[in-house]
Structures are given as structure tokens and as C-alpha cells.
Design a protein. Structure first.
Length: 242
């Protein structure tokens, strides 16, 4: 039986790609205002930095840190780090937070799962501060029982430690609520949009896993939903199989 459901955050509970465009626009606007740089060029440069930062820092939360990304960009352009790295990161995140809205049906689904007694977690590759801000912005603060960021556990998904740590935190959360039962790995369902990070990572750690695929990008995957309204059906089937 599934007892806990852990959701990825970015591009699962809200559309990250759309919100990120707003963040990149704010970064580019700052670069134009401060350094007279064309906005389209800045947008291309910061896009290219994502892979470079991941390569440089490896599968840890720092690889997503926007202050560090701004520092990389400023260094390439031979511009001063202070005060621009934090100014860029602040503008980027504020614009992104302002633009983000919950995925269709996400809040209703989470409330339904909460009412049915599932433990609800978030498991996300990112630094803690901004992910907590996103949860508040999405209005999910009173629904989410626990969150694991890669900053807290030390590694990004799909590394197994992330999922082991998440199961441990699920059990600590239950214990704190005075509930005596224990959740095993295969009683946790991990839901996310990434085949590699969410689906394969969770499977390798012996959790149940489900791909959230609203754009129908992975029709080859058996364990997937395209809308959150399909989740109750999946839960029913998984529970029957166990
Ligand atoms: Mg994601």
C-alpha cells in the first residue's frame, strides 16, 4: 500500500520553464540597465551557463545556485561581482516567483491526498531557501508534510542517497506526528517530470515511481500520467498490486 507520495517541484507542481523565462527576462533587463547589453544576447549567455555550472559543480545544489551562476556570468564578461551577483539573483528569483502558478489540478489533487491521509512530501534538486519560498507562493504550505532539497541531503537526484534520505525524513515526520507506523521504500510513490532524475532515480532506490508528462513527451513510459486527475486511478492500481 502506498503511504507517502513525494512530488518533484519544478515542472511538476508548477510550470518551471514558463516561470524561468520571466526570471531570465529580469536578469537581461538588469544587464541592459547596468551594462547596456542587448537582452537577447544575455538570455542566450545565461542559458548556456546552466550546463557549464552543472559540469563545474557536479550533482549538488550549488550547481543550481543563481548567485553562483551570476558570478560565472559576470566573470565571463569581466564585470564586478559585487554588488551585481546578488542583485541579479534577487531580480531573477523575484520575477520567477511572481510569474509562477500551480499546475492545473495540482492544489485540488494535493488536498484530496491530504484528506485521504497520505503523507505528502516534496523532493527537489535545489537550494532550500528559494524552494521554501516557491511552496509558500504556490499556497502549499499547509498541505506539504515535509520537503527534501538536495542542499539538505547533499546530493541531487537521481543519486540514491537523495531517495534514502527522503524516506528517512518521511519516517521522522510520521514519528513527530505521533504515528507509530513505519514507511518502507516500496510504500512511497515518487512523482516527477524527469525520466532520469525522478522515475529512474526512485526506481533504483526501490520506491514506486510515476512520470508526470503533461506534454506527452514520453509515450514509451508505462508509469506515467498526463494530468493530476489521473493519479487516484494509479494509486488504486498500485495498492491492488502490492
Ligand atoms: Mg522537475
Amino acid at each position: 500500500m502506498i503511504k507517502a507520495i513525494i512530488f518533484d517541484l519544478d515542472d511538476t507542481l508548477y510550470n518551471f520553464k514558463a516561470a524561468q523565462r520571466a526570471g531570465a527576462d529580469a536578469w537581461a533587463a538588469y544587464a541592459k540597465e547596468q551594462f547596456q547589453l542587448p537582452e537577447e544576447q544575455t538570455r542566450r549567455e545565461i542559458e548556456a551557463l546552466i550546463a557549464e555550472q552543472a559540469e563545474k559543480m557536479g550533482p549538488i545544489a550549488a550547481s543550481h545556485n543563481r548567485v553562483l551562476r551570476a558570478e560565472l556570468w559576470l566573470a565571463k564578461r569581466n564585470l564586478p561581482v559585487f554588488p551585481h551577483a546578488t542583485a541579479l539573483a534577487e531580480r531573477y528569483w523575484q520575477a520567477l516567483l511572481d510569474a509562477m502558478v500551480p499546475q492545473e489540478g495540482a492544489v485540488e489533487m494535493l488536498r484530496d491526498l491530504q484528506m485521504r491521509g497520505f503523507l505528502i512530501g516534496i523532493g527537489t534538486n535545489m537550494t532550500a531557501y528559494v524552494q521554501y519560498k516557491k511552496i509558500e507562493k504556490l499556497g502549499l504550505g499547509d498541505i506539504v508534510d515535509f520537503i527534501v532539497t538536495s542542499e539538505e541531503c547533499g546530493v541531487d537526484k537521481p543519486l540514491r542517497h537523495f531517495f534514502k534520505y527522503s524516506a528517512k525524513k518521511a519516517n521522522e515526520t510520521l514519528a513527530r506526528a505521533g504515528r507509530a507506523e513505519r514507511i518502507e521504500m516500496n510504500e512511497i510513490l515518487f512523482v516527477g517530470d524527469s525520466v532520469k532524475h525522478d522515475l529512474e532515480g526512485a526506481h533504483a532506490a526501490k520506491m514506486q515511481a510515476l512520470l508526470f508528462d503533461p506534454e506527452n513527451a514520453h509515450p514509451e513510459e508505462e508509469e506515467r500520467i498526463q494530468r493530476f486527475s489521473e493519479l487516484p486511478e494509479v494509486l488504486k492500481r498500485l495498492s491492488a498490486e502490492m
